[in-house]
Design a protein around this ligand. Structure first.
Ligand SMILES: O=C(O)CCC(=O)C(=O)O
Length: 290
């Protein structure tokens, strides 16, 4: 867990560069659980993916394990993992909600992402060059990557560009002084503003790259089905998780939802009952003197 001073510094880095490399974000015991659960889930769905690829209906360059939040409770625990959740809330805001998830295996081959792209240039109604917290992504790594294994790369500061700004041409990423390539270790996370120019580089090794990608936005934004576990009864088990999984709270407008206001219903009714009693008492006293 970061101290407020560390959060302030990381946030400054995020604001000026558009991305942060969070080393050792995942505690060791959780990392082990994630590895086991990730491999088990990919085994369960691999054949289906291969069939889809053969039928021409599936993406062949990478494999996204479907509905990762339903595959193992450890993927739920990652949603609000305490080591970085405070930082995430500080960056996104108190109205944070999970927006979408991917659990990805990127097989050896050229990159599948467009070169130096923003994920949100087509989003209307937002001044991207000035909005630093619309949609944030976190890539989590469960194994060390080598430098040629499909790493993420960024153009620092490019989140301040207006949408559809001219794309840079970087001929050799390893010699570039303008771009930054991040080579993560197992347990690291990379958090970024989805408007910063970024890309996944080629995977020119003979090893698959495994990663989990969780995107966070605001409660009022529409989220994807893969951001909500099927068993909400079981997993939306705290006010915080209810908000992250988009569960409505009676009487709270979407725009007003805040983590700090998520008071459990029992408290709510006690408070409500107490204030009703107080109003009655005041009214009764006033009528006595009236
Ligand atoms: O590395 C990946 O899997 C995708 C990178 C990317 O372009 C993204 O997350 O928006």
């Amino acid at each position: 867990m970061y101290s407020q001073q560390e959060i302030d510094e990381l946030k400054l880095q995020y604001e000026t560069q558009g991305f942060i490399h969070l080393k050792g974000a995942i505690p060791l015991d959780m990392l082990q659980r994630l590895r086991t659960a990730f491999d088990a889930a990919s085994e369960r769905h691999f054949e289906q993916w291969q069939n889809d690829v053969k039928a021409g209906t599936g993406e062949y360059r990478f494999f996204d394990i479907p509905s990762i939040l339903d595959q193992d409770p450890v993927f739920i625990d990652l949603v609000d993992m305490s080591t970085i959740f405070g930082l995430l809330v500080d960056i996104v805001g108190e109205d944070i909600q999970l927006n979408h998830t991917h659990a990805r295996l990127f097989y050896p081959g050229p990159t599948f992402t467009p070169p130096w792209h923003s994920d949100i240039p087509h989003v209307l109604g937002v001044n991207h060059a000035h909005t630093n917290n619309l949609l944030i992504k976190v890539h989590f790594y469960i194994e060390d990557l080598s430098p040629e294994q499909g790493c993420l790369a960024f153009i620092p500061g490019s989140h301040r560009y207006p949408p559809r700004h001219i794309k840079p041409t970087i001929t050799d990423i390893d010699k570039s002084t303008a771009a930054v390539k991040i080579v993560p270790k197992a347990g690291d996370a990379v958090l970024f503003n989805t408007h910063v120019l970024h890309m996944a580089l080629d995977n020119s090794t003979d090893k698959v790259r495994k990663s989990l990608i969780y995107a966070y936005a605001h409660f009022w934004m529409k989220h994807y089905a893969n951001a909500v576990p099927s068993d909400l009864q079981r997993f939306a088990n705290t006010p915080q998780r209810q908000q992250l999984f988009g569960v409505d709270m009676e009487g709270i407008p979407y725009f007003n939802r805040r983590l700090m206001d998520n008071v459990p219903p029992a408290w709510h009714s006690t408070l409500l009952a107490a204030s009703k009693r107080l109003v009655k008492r005041v009214l009764a006293r006033n009528s006595m003197f009236g």
